[in-house]
Design a protein around this ligand. Structure first.
Ligand code: NPQ
Ligand code: MG
Length: 372
């Protein structure tokens, strides 16, 4: 297929409630969408970067700039398959959310033209995926318990609590007391240091499914040391940027569960390769989330339908994030989201919602007659 034009669409999406983690509080998402126009039709992708470089180095403005200056020119006017996008973008180091958004859009266009749903293309085997909810840090422990109880009433059967120093054992004790049998896990977003290992190891008493990314991304050995002294499995998020990072972390014993996020690893195809590597090594994975709109969520749900995604995904219904999503809303059915069955991402982008939210569009086109 030939890439004829690319639109970078930017839209501020207010969250239904603020989302606080050890790296800061988000009141709205600075959403960056990639819309490709090709000779076989259009496609959409989401570059799930954070507004600020607090989760990782990338941030929305930087992702947009890198797309405009290097990634889009690397595919514009070219006759390519979606599987070629990664290699064309490889000269750019990092900026994995930007690359993921571009690859997603080209995949959506190609699969739509072929009439193939993304989940089927990726090798998904389920029509619906188990999902959980990620609960941010709240002003008080009572508010946390209230939020968790509300989500459990909605149908979520797995809850992830964000923790940080000063917000860990006390909220954990309270949530555990209120919900003794709830599947519960925690995520520190790299907020502890190896000097906090005793404290983190003490979370064993709360009967957690896993502890996610207690230390900095590069602290693989410290994670391995912690894993050896904890009963609770360690899961890595920020440390895992590629199949190579995954293999190294597993060789070291730094984790026994892997969180796969499309925007963190550079795209759906690298995400699938990490899934396959983990499957071959008997390591369970689950699909992380970055508060995506319905566009990125559709891709995540398709990915999470692959067989080695064994823990519930960090993908909730649209109404947990947005008053109005950019697609038809994802709804909870029991504790599951349905995998879209239409071609490509299987969603329709709501252009009226984009307009009402004040989306801005930057269009990048080929020069007529030029080819590469
Ligand atoms: C995590 N996600 O597992 C993240 C944190 C997070 C649902 O807890 C843009 C880029 C938005 C990165 C929102 C959840 C993000 C983001 C949340 C990361 O660590
Ligand atoms: Mg995480």
């Amino acid at each position: 297929m030939r890439i004829e034009a690319v639109e970078l669409v930017r839209v501020a999406m207010p969250l239904v409630r603020p989302f606080r983690t050890s790296f800061g509080v988000q009141h709205a998402r600075d959403v960056l969408l990639v819309h490709v126009m090709t000779d076989v039709g259009e496609g959409w992708g989401e570059a799930a970067a954070h507004a600020e470089p607090f989760y990782n180095e990338e941030f929305t403005e930087s992702a947009s700039l890198v797309l405009e200056r290097w990634l889009v020119p690397a595919v514009l006017g070219a006759d390519l398959r979606p599987e070629d996008v990664g290699a064309r973008c490889a000269q750019v180091k990092g900026y994995r959310a930007a690359k993921a958004g571009l690859e997603m859009a080209v995949l959506d266009a190609g699969l739509r033209a072929d009439g193939v749903p993304l989940a089927r293309y990726l090798g998904g085997e389920r029509a619906a995926v188990d999902v959980g909810v990620s609960v941010g840090i709240t002003p008080t422990v009572d508010e946390l318990v209230e939020q968790v109880t509300g989500y459990v009433a909605d149908g979520y059967r797995r809850v992830k609590l964000k923790v940080m120093s000063g917000w860990d054992r006390e909220p954990l004790r309270a949530v555990r007391a209120a919900h003794p049998d709830l599947a519960l896990q925690v995520d520190a977003n790299a907020g502890y240091t190896p000097a906090d290992a005793d404290l983190v190891a003490s979370f064993d008493e709360f009967g957690l499914l896993m502890v996610e990314q207690p230390f900095a991304p590069e602290e693989l050995q410290a994670h391995a040391d912690l894993a050896r002294r904890m009963r609770t499995p360690i899961c890595l998020d920020e440390s895992i940027l590629s199949t190579t990072h995954t293999a190294t972390a597993l060789d070291l014993g730094a984790c026994s569960i892997v969180n796969i996020k499309v925007g963190r690893v550079g795209g759906l195809l690298e995400a699938r390769r990490i899934h396959d590597l983990c499957r071959d090594r008997g390591v369970p994975v689950w699909c992380g989330g970055m508060l995506e709109t319905g566009i990125g969520r559709a891709a995540n749900v398709a990915l999470a339908s692959l067989p080695n995604f064994v823990f519930p995904a960090d993908l909730s219904a649209s109404d947990r994030y947005w008053r109005r999503d950019l697609t038809e809303p994802f709804e909870l059915h029991g504790s599951q989201l349905r995998v879209p069955s239409g071609p490509g991402l299987g969603i329709t982008v709501d252009r009226d919602a984009l307009a009402d939210l004040g989306a801005t569009v930057h269009t990048i086109r080929t020069v007529p007659g030029a080819s590469r």
